[in-house]
Design a protein around this ligand. Structure first.
Ligand code: VG1
Ligand code: CO
Length: 546
């Protein structure tokens, strides 16, 4: 095997965002693009002794360009001296499964090829992220080093070989590199069997419980078919859109109330199943809808935390919990009642890694439909559904009953997120900068009858390693505990997306049955006015409301 050193020059714009590097497929298809980024990752993380003896995990969500990129990564892994590559058959590994495989096989790390909830296909998005030996997304220190390297790169290493067969399980040699094509589901299924009582869940389905899981033609199809239908005995047809397609069937694999509308409508309909769920492109998100009731991700996190003991893995209780800053404080109330710590981190799963590794938290989540635990180092869509199923099986109640009793106990955090997508970048930045400049004067002011008690630019000091992350979103808090947060997305690939997060606490059970848009209407108006959203963006209304 002859290693080729290919001369290259830096390509601008390779700064990983909230979750890896995401760009249009057209950009990733440019000569040297994937190679430059992958070599920069290798250069940034290479141990002093090199990659000899080490294992790299590779897989993706099956989107357009997945296979081409995997072939490139494998050649470069061989040239860079790795001993072994584990690759999911068909190039498939969901993000949580990749995390699981890295941990189960003591790999050095992994490259996950996905742009997650972003659309796919030739005109869609592609992405790459590096996960470390703990199975979790590289922390900022590492992504900064990768970015620095992309700006200084002069060459990459590869080998000249024909494409490898990625579909037939088994081990093949590429020079001194062993390429093992593995079942993408096996390790993950084994882990789920250790965490949950599969007999109890089988009994639930045997009693006629009805689940509808929309895999959105994305990566969770094979996992959902194997676990819900084959292992747990849910009837065929439980899993919808279960075959991963390179363009996700032309749909946007984002499990929200806009893109998973058909599931939502079915769950609100006359003969709705007991539980409706969906996951995103790379399988790390979860949408939870009960019969006639949508459970917001922030509420879902709180309800999972309050009921986690229903699954064997969490029967001993939780060490602590964490949520991203824009996520509602519903889980904080559960933590307080349980007498366990609750951490508030910036947006992005990488910020949970240290807390999980240190054993400070067991469960964590984000308002963007991400929930997970210490079983892997990623959020995990199928896992969240299994935990919900465990709770429903143990409590023998409906999703609605569980939600309503939760609110009666802890109070309800009305919550919504309004997204303004593909806004002109300068306009979005102008809005944020202008707002930022006004924050220092805000505390003490009253607007529309609400007194501002907090106005800041959220910064986070990691309690484990002391690292500081600044500029993580603008927060405005009011005397009654209600809150507005503004952030610019770090996962988009064109223009800017402004996210506005709005929250209000309602202690009175007589007022827990409102539509969140109604319950939050005055705050929604306030959020628009404070930031001058129409004036800056030219938009009168958000594109997506969740
Ligand atoms: C979004 C979500 C964030 C999530 C990230 C990756 O980031 O808000 O909570 O961690 O996507 O999720 P942003 O910067 O666009 O707000 V995934 O499922 O796309 O990997
Ligand atoms: Co995702």
């Amino acid at each position: 095997m002859i290693v080729t050193r290919v001369t290259t020059t830096p390509i601008a714009g390779m700064k990983p965002g909230t979750s890896g590097l995401r760009k249009k497929v057209a950009e990733f298809s440019r000569p040297h693009y994937v190679e430059n980024f992958v070599q920069s990752v290798f250069d940034a993380v290479r141990p002093e002794a090199g990659f000899g003896g080490l294992t790299l995990v590779v897989g993706g969500d099956g989107r357009f360009h997945n296979r081409e990129a995997i072939q490139t990564v494998i050649r470069m892994a061989a040239a860079n001296g790795f001993a072994r590559v584990l690759v999911g058959a068909g190039g498939i590994l969901s993000t949580p499964a990749a995390s699981c495989v890295i941990r189960a096989h003591q790999a050095f790390g992994g490259l996950i090829l996905s742009a997650s909830h972003n659309p796919g296909g030739p005109d869609g998005d592609f992405g790459i992220k590096f996960n470390a030996a703990n199975g979790g997304p590289a922390p900022e220190r590492v992504t900064d080093a990768i970015h620095a390297r992309t700006l200084a790169i002069t060459e990459y290493l590869t080998v000249d070989t024909p494409d490898l067969d990625l579909d037939t399980p088994g081990t093949r040699a590429l020079g001194s590199l062993a390429v093992e094509v593995v079942d993408p589901v096996a390790d993950y299924l084994a882990l789920m069997q250790r965490l949950f009582d599969f007999d109890a869940l089988r009994a639930l389905f045997a009693r006629g419980f009805r689940l509808r899981f929309d895999a959105m033609h994305a990566v969770t199809g094979p996992y959902a078919h194997a676990i819900f239908e084959r292992e747990l005995g849910a009837p065929a047809g439980t899993v919808l859109n279960g075959t991963p397609l390179p363009d996700f069937g032309g749909h946007h694999p984002d499990p929200n109330l806009v893109h998973a509308r058909a599931l939502y409508d079915e769950m609100m309909g006359p003969d709705a199943p007991d539980l409706g769920a969906a996951s995103d492109g790379d399988g790390d998100r979860n949408l939870i809808i009960g019969r006639g009731i949508f459970v917001s991700p922030s509420d879902s996190l709180a309800m999972l935390a309050a009921n986690a003991r229903c699954a064997p893995a969490y029967a001993q209780g939780l060490a602590g919990v964490a949520r991203s800053m824009p996520t509602s404080a519903a889980v904080d109330r559960v933590a307080q009642a349980l007498g366990i710590p609750c951490y508030e981190t910036p947006t992005g799963w990488k910020f949970f890694g240290n807390l999980l590794d240190a054993g400070r938290i067991t469960l964590c989540g984000e308002e963007s439909a991400g929930t997970g635990s210490d079983h892997v180092r990623e959020k995990d869509g199928v896992w969240a559904v299994l935990l919900w199923l465990s709770i429903l099986a143990t409590r023998g109640q409906s999703v609605r009953e569980i939600a309503e009793s939760h609110w009666a106990t802890y109070g309800r955090h009305y919550y919504t997120r309004h997204d303004y997508e593909d806004v002109e970048t300068e306009a979005a930045q102008g809005l944020m900068e202008h707002l930022l400049s006004r924050l220092p004067h805000m505390p003490g002011e009253s607007i529309a009858g609400r007194r501002i008690v907090l106005a800041d630019d959220f910064a986070y000091t990691d309690p484990v390693d002391g690292s500081v992350s600044k500029h993580q979103g603008l927060r405005i808090g009011f005397h009654d505990g209600s809150r507005i947060v503004y952030r610019l997305s770090g996962t988009g690939t064109s223009g800017a997306t402004l996210r506005v997060y709005i929250e209000r606490f309602e202690p009175d059970p007589a007022r827990h049955g409102l539509d969140p848009q109604t319950a939050l209407a005055p705050l929604i108006t306030l959020a628009r006015d404070i930031a001058g959203i129409p004036a800056w963006t030219g938009r009168e209304a958000p594109d997506v409301i969740t």
